[in-house]
Design a binder for this molecule. Structure first.
Ligand code: GLN
Length: 584
C-alpha cells in the first residue's frame, strides 16, 4: 500500500464527514465512496468483490465509477512484463493500466480513463511538477499533507468524471487500494485491529471461503471484530464469476449500502440482477465444449491474457458453449524442440491439432514468434478458424508472405531489421530508446469499406468501428496489392486509408487478423465481434449466424440496467441461442 495509506484512509473519512455537514444546507448531491481494502492475503478476488459491489449498485439504477490505487512508483503499467504482472489493460484514452480496471469496465459496462488508476509515481509526479511551478509558495513540500492531499484531490476530481454512455455524473465511487502483493499471514482479526488503529471502522467484512460460512464462524468474527453479524459477508467459491454479484445481493449487501450511504432508489435489485442470474444459469447449463488453442508466450501465468480469455468466455457464453482454452507455449511448436524436448513438442502439436480454433494474441519480442508462424500456417492450410490479434495479425501477414507469396525471408522489422521483405514495419510514431508511452495507443477509428467482409457483417454492418490499440509496428502498405491478388484482403483501414487494421482470407471458414485489441471492449453481455466470429466458426455455427442476419441476443444490451427490457424479448433471445446450438 502507499506509504501513507493510513492517513489517506483517515482523510477519506474526514472528507465524507465534511461533505455530509456541508451538504445539509445545500441540495447538491454528494458523492458516496466505498473503499475496498485487503485483509489477510492478496490475490483472492478483492477486485472482483469491488466490481461486484459496483454491479449490484448499478443494477439499482445508480451511476457507479471506480478508482484503483496502486502502490508502485511506475507512472503506469505500460512497461510491466506480463510475466510478472499479468496483462496490461488499455483504455480508450490510451492509458495503460492495471488489469483490475478491466474487471471494472466489464462488470459495470463503463469506460474509464487513465486517471482512474492512481499510482504512487503519478502522485509524486504531479506534486513535483507543482513544486517546480512554485505552486507551494515556498513552503516545505512533505508527504503529509502534500502527498496525501494530492491523492485525495485526485480521487474527488476523478470520481465526478462520467463513465457511462449517458454521460451522467456518477453518484457512487468504488475505490480499491491494492497492497504490495506479498503474502500476509495475519488473520482477519489482526487486520481489522490495524484498520481501527488507523481510525477506520469497517462497515462490511467480506470473507472468502471455500464453502458457505458456518453461523458460529460468522458470530465469532462479529464478536472479535466488533461488528454486527450482518456486517460479516461470506463469499464462498462459486462456479462462475457471474455468481458473485448475486451472492453479495443474497447476503443483503444492497439493503446495507442503501441505509449506510443513504442512497436513493426504489428498485428491487433482485429483479434487476436477473440478467446476471440468467447468465450464471446459462453458464452452468452449457454442455457442449468448444476448444481454442491460445498460442502465446506468457502461457505460465493465465493473467497475462486475462482480457483475451474473458472475451473468449463472453463469446462462448453468448452461443451456449463451454470454453476450453488450450494454452500452448509457441516456442514448444518450433522444430528445435523436437530434439531438446520431444515430449513438450509433441504435446504442443497435439494440443494445437485437436483444438476447434486457434488464437494468436498480442505480444512483443522475438522469442516464440517462429512457433506462432507455424501455428498460423497450420490453421490457414487446414482451414481451422483463426484469429490473430495485433502481433497475431502481423505474424499472419509474415506467414502468408513466406508461404503463399514465396518471400521466404519475409519478416517484421521488429524481429529482423534487415529482411529483404519487410512486410511489417516501424510506425513513424515509434520512438526507439524510450519505452514508456511511445506506442500507438488507445481508441482509434477503423473504416470498414468492404461491404462483404465477414468482420463488417459481424460488426452489424457498421461503416466504422472504434477499438483500442497498443502497437509500434504496422503492416507495410506498399506491399498490399501482392497480398490481395492472392485473396489475402485488407478489409479495414484507419481514417487516412493507410494503416491496415483488419485482414481476411478468402476461401477459409474464418481467418481473421486485427491490428487492434478487441478484447478490451468485450463485455459479458456484449461479446466482441471478432471473438464471437472465432467461437461461432470454431463451433460450426458461423454460416448460420451470418445467414440469420447476425442476430443473437437483441436484449443483451448490458447498458440497459434500468430494468425496462421486456421479458418477452428475453424469451425470444434465449430461444435463438438455443436454435443456434441445436442446428450446428
Ligand atoms: N510487437 C508488436 C508491435 O509493437 C505487436 C504489439 C502487440 O501485440 N500489442 O507492433
Amino acid at each position: 500500500m502507499l506509504p501513507v495509506s493510513g492517513r489517506i484512509l483517515r482523510n477519506f473519512q474526514r472528507l465524507r464527514l465534511t461533505r455530509c455537514s456541508r451538504a445539509q444546507g445545500e441540495t447538491k448531491r454528494q458523492m458516496k465512496y466505498i473503499l475496498v481494502t485487503g485483509g489477510v492475503i492478496s490475490g483472492i478476488g478483492k477486485g472482483i468483490i469491488a466490481s461486484s459491489i459496483g454491479t449490484i449498485l448499478k443494477s439499482c439504477g445508480l451511476h457507479v465509477t471506480s478508482i484503483k490505487i496502486d502502490p508502485y512508483i511506475n507512472i503506469d503499467a505500460g512497461t510491466f512484463s506480463p510475466y510478472e504482472h499479468g496483462e496490461v489493460f488499455v483504455l480508450d484514452d490510451g492509458g495503460e493500466v492495471d488489469l483490475d480496471l478491466g474487471n471494472y469496465e466489464r462488470f459495470l459496462d463503463i469506460r474509464l480513463t487513465r486517471d482512474n488508476n492512481i499510482t504512487t509515481g503519478k502522485i509524486y509526479q504531479s506534486v513535483i511538477n507543482k513544486e517546480r511551478k512554485g505552486d507551494y509558495l515556498g513552503k516545505t513540500v512533505q508527504v503529509v499533507p502534500h502527498i496525501t492531499d494530492a491523492i485525495q484531490e485526485w480521487v474527488v476530481r476523478q470520481a465526478l468524471i462520467p463513465v457511462d454512455s449517458d454521460g451522467v455524473e456518477p453518484e457512487v465511487c468504488v475505490i480499491e487500494p491494492s497492497t504490495t502483493g506479498e503474502q500476509k499471514t495475519k488473520p482477519t482479526q489482526n487486520s481489522v485491529r490495524e484498520l481501527r488503529g488507523l481510525g477506520l471502522s469497517p462497515d462490511l467484512i467480506v470473507c472468502r471461503c471455500t464453502t458457505p460460512m458456518e453461523k458460529s464462524v460468522k458470530e465469532k468474527i462479529s464478536m472479535f471484530c466488533h461488528v454486527e453479524p450482518e456486517q460479516v459477508i461470506c463469499v464462498y467459491d462459486v462456479c462462475s464469476l457471474y455468481r458473485v454479484p448475486l451472492l453479495l445481493e443474497a447476503e443483503g449487501v444492497v439493503g446495507y449500502f442503501k441505509e449506510r450511504l443513504n442512497l436513493q432508489f426504489e428498485a428491487n435489485s433482485r429483479r434487476l440482477l436477473n440478467k446476471w442470474k440468467e447468465m450464471a444459469d446459462r453458464y452452468d447449463r452449457t454442455l457442449e465444449t468448444c476448444s481454442i488453442a491460445l498460442v502465446g508466450k506468457y502461457t505460465k501465468l493465465s493473467d497475462s491474457y486475462a482480457s483475451v480469455i474473458k472475451a473468449l468466455e463472453h463469446a462462448a457464453l453468448a452461443i451456449n458453449q463451454k470454453l476450453e482454452v488450450k494454452y500452448i507455449d509457441s516456442a514448444d511448436l518450433e522444430p528445435c524442440r523436437q530434439l531438446d524436448e520431444p515430449v513438450k513438442y509433441h504435446e504442443a502439436w497435439q494440443n494445437l491439432c485437436s483444438a476447434n480454433g486457434v488464437l494468436v494474441p498480442g505480444g512483443f519480442g522475438f522469442r516464440g514468434t517462429e512457433g506462432k508462424i507455424l501455428a498460423i500456417a497450420w490453421a490457414r492450410r487446414q482451414k481451422k478458424p483463426f484469429l490473430g490479434v495485433c502481433l497475431g495479425m502481423q505474424l499472419a501477414v509474415v506467414e502468408f508472405a513466406r508461404n503463399a507469396l514465396n518471400w521466404s525471408d519475409a519478416n517484421s522489422t521488429e524481429f529482423n531489421p534487415n529482411t529483404k521483405y519487410p512486410v511489417v514495419i516501424d510506425m513513424p510514431e515509434h520512438n526507439p530508446g524510450e519505452m514508456g508511452g511511445t506506442m500507438r495507443l488507445g481508441k482509434r477509428k477503423t473504416i470498414l469499406k468492404e461491404k462483404n467482409s465477414v468482420l463488417r457483417r459481424l460488426y452489424k454492418d457498421c461503416d466504422y468501428i472504434e477499438e483500442r490499440h497498443r502497437h509500434r509496428y504496422e503492416v507495410n502498405p506498399e506491399m498490399r496489392s501482392n497480398f490481395e491478388e492472392k485473396g489475402f484482403r485488407f478489409v479495414g483501414q484507419d481514417v487516412e486509408g493507410e494503416r491496415m487494421e483488419i485482414i481476411e482470407l478468402d476461401e477459409h471458414p474464418y481467418f481473421v487478423g486485427v491490428q487492434y485489441h478487441p478484447e478490451f471492449t468485450s463485455r459479458p453481455m456484449k461479446p466482441s465481434p471478432p471473438y464471437l466470429g472465432l467461437m461461432l466458426a470454431a463451433s460450426g455455427k458461423l454460416q448460420r449466424y451470418l445467414e440469420k442476419g447476425c442476430r443473437l441476443s437483441p436484449r443483451d444490451t448490458y447498458s440497459d440496467q434500468s430494468g425496462s427490457s421486456s421479458p418477452d424479448s428475453e424469451i425470444v433471445d434465449l430461444k435463438l441461442s438455443a436454435i443456434l446450438t441445436q442446428e450446428s
